[in-house]
Design a protein around this ligand. Structure first.
Ligand SMILES: [Zn+2]
Length: 70
């Protein structure tokens, strides 16, 4: 579920710089625990794409994207 307030600002892909995982909020699961990510740890992407998150070295969340490296 997308969040229309900062620091998410309606973005689809949300990186957690603490765990180095990227989440897809359109397929968010409870296990993603998005609301437990500290605001300081939230990274959004420009453009807001999976490819950009991967380019920046983020690993997939196993719950909402799958094929995690870990
Ligand atoms: Zn996730």
């Amino acid at each position: 579920m997308r969040r229309w307030y900062p620091p998410f600002n309606g973005k689809r892909y949300i990186g957690n710089i603490n765990t180095n995982e990227v989440h897809d909020l359109d397929y968010e699961k409870a296990e993603c625990k998005i609301d437990e990510i500290k605001n300081d740890h939230v990274r959004t992407f420009n453009p807001d794409t999976y490819e950009e998150a991967k380019r920046q070295g983020f690993d997939n969340c196993a719950h909402c994207i799958g094929n995690s490296n870990y």
